[in-house]
Ligand binder design. Structure first.
Ligand code: TYD
Ligand code: MG
Length: 455
């Protein structure tokens, strides 16, 4: 009988198995088995005996004084000409860096990368490799986006080996790989997109990029819940991980770095899709508030997207439940957080919400992850429930504790500055904020009684 070429090893406890299983029999963890090549018997025996004897087979490292090392950003960064995206990247794409761009299908990953190619190919050699689309399809998009340069090249391939070899020639300053889930290595038998293919292709590409100082951007798909499909190890291997989020159909789309070895992770770039591709939104607050109608259930939240202040409208709709179990829906806001805030409202104020359906919407497709959004969500619900409004010249921010107390939110000064800039007169803010512009509030109940009074 032929010996099996690969085995499966549990990444949690290290036990090896002949067959793949969803759950490790040894430690009981789910989804931890990964495929690996079986080492030969002689290999493992020799290695074991050497390690047992304490023999050290390595050689002495060649070290360098930290003062004498040339920093890796000594070379000019590749500038994308998207002002905010360059800031997200920490000042442009570093040569020799490997970045991962993750996002839902149809969000605009290929579009954004083609636009980046168009800009960078003005001065550098750029190669776009697609495993998803044919040359003809990519050409259509490139024409539409005005990305036709003598220094922009295209290849269609799904072979990780070929792609790594091409990068290794060092002929290109920037290589785009669209997408990692379509690639496979000839040495590994599993299907494209599996853990071992993604990890090993990623590894090979990264090694080739580092060896030749080529900047590489890899596209990654995300699963339904928004996390990157495939193994977490890939995120550890690359230098930069960027998430492309937002509404697929219209609305704003954001790119933020969730990991960046060369820059901050608190910056964000906000884009809009139109028929000439993606463009950065200059003044997102103004665009977000342009269509506002001051009805009950509408509150303007002064929030932060990364380090950037933004004013966004929070809308709530409260209706009587038709069935026994009340329905709660949130778009752009965490549903668990919403349920918690509803519980706080019920317990700490006199609002009756247990027989009402509650819907929350963050206008413009933004996903609010700021704890300082709590007060605005609570006030929007109270406003919709009571049919009363807050003055349209007020913005709101602050975190709500389980006791119904209003807690401070970070960077209040920037939030207030943005509200002033857009012509608001006051902010309902935690009591810790010392500013004439702010109306300090301490607890939810008194805030609602005092400020929620316009019919
Ligand atoms: P795409 O970049 O292919 O998304 P992804 O690579 O993330 O799957 O395209 C996103 C959508 O954008 C697509 O449905 C068509 C649309 N689009 C425009 O509206 N304008 C444009 O100029 C282009 C190129 C695409
Ligand atoms: Mg694509």
């Amino acid at each position: 009988m032929a010996k099996p070429k690969s085995e499966f090893v549990c990444t949690n406890c290290g036990k090896t198995f002949v067959k793949w299983a969803g759950r490790c029999d040894n430690c009981g963890e789910w989804n931890t088995l990964v495929e690996q090549a079986v080492p030969s018997v002689a290999e493992t025996a020799a290695a074991k005996s050497a390690i047992a004897k304490g023999q050290i087979s390595g050689k002495k490292l060649s070290v360098a004084g930290i003062k004498t090392i040339i920093p890796s950003d000594a070379k000019a960064r590749l500038v994308t000409n998207f002002k905010d995206l360059d800031i997200v990247l920490g000042g442009g794409i570093l040569q020799g860096s490997v970045s991962l761009l993750a996002g839902q299908p149809g969000i605009g990953k290929s579009t954004l990368l083609m636009q980046i190619c168009a800009e960078i190919s003005k001065n550098h050699k750029v190669l776009y490799i697609s495993g998803e689309e044919s040359a003809g399809q990519v050409k259509l998009r490139a024409t539409r986006l005005g990305a036709e340069s003598d220094q922009l090249f295209f290849a269609s391939s799904t072979s990780g080996n070929d792609i790594a070899k091409t990068i290794e020639t060092g002929d290109y300053n920037l290589v785009i790989v669209d997408s990692i889930q379509t690639l496979s290595l000839a040495e590994i038998s599993s299907a494209p997109g599996t853990v071992s293919q993604v990890t090993n292709c990623g590894n090979l590409i990264i090694r080739a990029a580092k060896a030749t100082d080529t900047a590489v951007i890899i596209v990654g798909h995300v699963t339904k819940d928004g996390t990157l499909a495939g193994p977490k190890v890939l995120e550890h291997l690359v230098d930069v991980v960027m998430n492309f989020e937002g509404d697929r159909y219209g609305g704003f789309k954001t790119v933020r770095a969730i990991k960046n070895r060369f820059g901050s992770t608190s910056e964000v770039a906000i884009f809009e899709m139109n028929d000439t591709g993606l463009s950065e939104v200059e003044n997102p607050s103004a665009a977000l508030l342009a269509e506002r109608q001051n009805t009950d259930g509408s509150i303007i939240l002064a929030t932060l997207e990364g380090a950037r202040p933004i004013l966004v409208e929070i809308q709530a709709l409260v209706t009587p439940s038709n069935f026994g179990y009340p329905k709660r829906t949130a778009s752009g806001f965490d549903l668990n957080r919403l349920n918690l805030l509803i519980a706080v409202l019920e317990r700490r104020t006199k609002l009756r919400l247990s027989d009402k359906d509650i819907f929350i919407n963050v206008v413009g497709g933004l996903k609010v992850q700021d704890a300082g959004a709590d007060l605005a969500v609570c006030m929007a619900i109270a406003s919709a429930c009571a049919g009363r409004k807050l003055s349209e010249k007020y913005v709101v921010f602050g975190e709500v504790g389980l006791g119904g107390e209003i807690r401070s939110a970070f960077r209040p000064d920037q939030r207030i500055a943005e509200a002033k800039k857009l012509g608001f007169t006051h902010a309902i803010a935690p009591a810790t904020v010392k500013d004439k512009f702010a109306y300090p509030v301490r607890d939810l109940r008194s805030t609602l009684i005092k400020y929620m009074n316009e019919k």
